[in-house]
Write a protein that binds this ligand. Structure first.
Ligand SMILES: [Ca+2]
Ligand SMILES: [Ca+2]
Ligand SMILES: [Ca+2]
Ligand SMILES: [Ca+2]
Length: 361
């Protein structure tokens, strides 16, 4: 006789919130709860005006009006997941308001994640638009849970919303934007330059395009082609052509928590921007890749736009980071942080900055 256990189906994380929360549960180990809503949130100049699925449906959001206070968090946790190997978590987020704080994603073996389980983090105002997040996950524990956490900002203009969560087996699909990251497109002399802007885009084939190593960090990024020289970590070739160059942090001989920063030339562009780049985070002790946008070349933690924490498999993945800019000049800084062993090499390639919102598919 065979004993069969019941496990939830492979799509049990998926939720558009049209008819409830699909088994996602409010946490008790946080400060408040996510709200399910359609249409506007109750505050001006923050939150979405419609859901993402149909425009007439429901989404989840954190309401940051009274009586909430800064730093309070609300967590929503998925049903237990029983799947091994690479996974792709996608969801849509809306982070509009002057005092938007952060949206964090955890992957954990228990329903109460700790800070060590953080895999993704977004900070700050992204304008009044829904954007898609794609997060690559390598999973080797069962069961695991996904928790999405909204953190309250300094005032009521901090409503953060989410919709259309999907977890699928396999790495995240690469998008059509791959076409724009070929060497040919990058070197095409007919491509018009950005209006009055400095250099930014870099495939690292001939140098760092004006990106500079910081002196306010622990070590420097290295420019490399081929593999990184360490086993079980780092890429085996660059992203642009497979034979070209990329930048990476060599975690040997550095220590856990040490960082290296690479800062863009000064940028003079207003309004919505879309930063895209390719990252490779493969190894057992991958720490984090942080992106800052700052008015000076020495960003502080308040300038964080985006963080990825932990390994995402032996592949190049694209990050798309939308943000609004109203300060000039501004700088983008890419920071790699070492993990607890030499299996923590983090690489980046094909960095681009586009004027306007990030393309939706
Ligand atoms: Ca709660
Ligand atoms: Ca919806
Ligand atoms: Ca440095
Ligand atoms: Ca390259």
């Amino acid at each position: 006789m065979t004993l069969r256990c019941y496990f939830p189906g492979p799509n049990s994380t998926d939720c558009d919130f049209e008819y409830g929360t699909c088994g996602w549960r409010q946490s008790y180990s946080d400060d408040f709860d996510w709200s399910r809503n359609s249409g506007n949130t109750s505050s001006f100049n923050t939150g979405p005006s419609r859901d993402h699925t149909t425009g007439y449906g429901y989404y989840m959001y954190i309401e940051t009006s009274y009586p909430r206070s800064p730093g309070q968090d609300a967590r929503l946790t998925s049903p237990a997941q029983y799947r091994y190997g690479p996974q792709c978590l996608t969801f849509w987020y809306h982070m509009y308001g002057n005092t938007i704080n952060s949206l964090n994603v955890y992957q954990s073996a228990s329903i109460t994640p700790s800070s060590y389980d953080l895999i993704f983090s977004l900070y700050g105002d992204r304008g009044n638009t829904w954007y898609e997040a794609q997060i690559n996950i390598d999973n080797y524990t069962q069961p695991f849970y996904i928790t999405i956490e909204g953190v309250h900002g300094r005032s009521y203009t901090g409503d953060i919303a989410i919709d259309d969560i999907v977890l699928s087996q396999g790495s995240c699909q690469q998008e059509v934007t791959d076409l724009f990251t070929t060497a040919d497109a990058n070197n095409d002399p007919t491509t018009p330059p950005y209006n009055g802007s400095s250099n930014f885009d870099c495939d690292f084939e001939y140098g760092t395009c004006g990106w500079q190593q910081s002196y306010y960090d622990d070590f420097d990024w290295s420019r490399n082609s081929g593999s990184t020289g360490s086993w079980f970590t780092g890429p085996s070739g660059d992203h642009t052509t497979g034979y070209g160059y990329y930048m990476y942090i060599d975690t040997f001989p550095h220590y856990d928590g040490q960082n290296a920063r690479l800062t863009s030339p000064a940028q003079y562009r207003y309004g919505p921007q879309c930063l895209t780049f390719w990252y490779h985070m493969h190894g057992r002790t991958i720490n984090s890749l942080n992106v800052y946008k700052s008015a000076s070349t020495t960003p502080s933690s308040n300038d964080t736009l985006f963080s990825l924490i932990g390994a995402s498999g032996n592949a190049w993945h694209e990050a798309q980071i939308p943000f609004d800019n109203y300060t000039q000049p501004f700088y983008i800084t890419m920071e790699g942080v070492c993990g607890s062993s030499t299996r923590g090499d983090i690489a980046i390639d094909d960095i681009r900055l586009y004027q306007g919102s990030c393309q939706q598919e």
